[in-house]
Design a binder for this molecule. Sequence first.
Ligand code: COA
Length: 402
Amino acid sequence: MRDAYIVSAVRTPGCRRGKGALAQTRPEDLLIQALNGAVEKIGLDKGEIDDVMIGCAFPEAEQGLNVGRIAVQMAGFPDSVSGATVNRFCASGLESIAQSAMRIMCGWSEVAMAGGIESMSIVPMGGNMPRPHPDWSKKNPDVYVSMGITAENVATRYKITRQMQDDFAYHSQMKAAAAQKNGLFTEILPTKAFKFTEKKDGTYVREEFIQNFDDGVRGDTTIEGLAKLRPAFSALGSVTAGNSSQTTDGAAASVIMSGDACKKYGIKPLAKLVCYVTAGVKADEMGVGPAYAIPKLLKKVGLDVKDIGLFEVNEAFASQAIYCCQQLGLYDNKAEWSSDSDSRRININGGAIALGHPLGCTGSKLAATLIANMQKKGVKYGIESMCIGGGMGAAALFELCQ
Ligand SMILES: CC(C)(COP(=O)(O)OP(=O)(O)OC[C@H]1O[C@@H](n2cnc3c(N)ncnc32)[C@H](O)[C@@H]1OP(=O)(O)O)[C@@H](O)C(=O)NCCC(=O)NCCS
């Protein structure tokens, strides 16, 4: 089988649902900028792309109707470039990279794109009209349970205390705030956004502006402040707005090529996608997914946790991220993940608690972040992983090209 190389990977900023900078910008308008940004970064002719896979967790309404194809057309790609929408909930953006990479690996494509989009402001989590199956939901309600309750289940079953969750959340915020201050989010594409402002006569005008930073980061977070927050999902629970991922709007995209195509276009690859796996787990504790997916991935490629220089483990909730790090032997030594450690390997510039989790975009967003960090640090192997609603985990291994 051939190798598949990521040659470009970018993301829009991640901005808060409803209250943030991208809340009034349609998802297609975000996605087309990510697609064009990824291609323009390497000076590739859009017509050279064979197919585009776009992850989306709630592909309906403004981000429905096969947004993967619509965005390709809106972005000015020629009609010959096809597009599809891929859904594996929170892993959709990584699934899209894997699917495009697999086509390169088996020789069906030479140049493909992948990406993800989610406007959680415009299409709510759960969709506009959820319709659980009446018989199945009686028999197995866990499949439809709220993600927050799954996080509470992980906390209770595996004794992840409120203090542990708040401490983890605090460090996520501190890492993100420091990275923002030091300009480390080089994978961010300054993004054109819109807002509607009311005029004196009661009509609205659409204004355009550029957003170039993640607007959910709270650099003033304190452990004491986090401790005061009320549980968000269960009155006696421990999962709060402060130790959960933020609901966020964002898009991301990457270009993937065969080795022959890299030579043909004179493009230097950034990283190779070595392997991608998924694992099924119990739906009512879906957050444990990475604790199964990462070992499965490592076994397949014959590597050990110690061989991996950087991890992006999506922080859907602190409780599940902590549990997964514990299972990998990466939690007890706080130097692996805390903001004051120079040797940290986990979510080195913060995670979704601070930077947000735009569901179907997250897999592509984290790939862009991970690859940028691998390049900066000269790290050979990086793993990206996340839990997935319905009870799954996904994990991918990237190898640096230098
Ligand atoms: C938990 C959740 C319901 C909170 O939603 P929300 O109330 O809109 O959250 P916000 O981020 O606006 O925070 C609410 C308030 O909490 C407080 N807060 C949040 N983070 C804080 C922090 N780090 N320090 C201090 N206070 C904080 C603030 O008072 C904030 O209000 P403000 O924005 O006006 O300052 C929502 O983030 C959520 O559902 N997260 C999980 C998403 C999910 O399930 N994803 C899929 C995973 S598989």
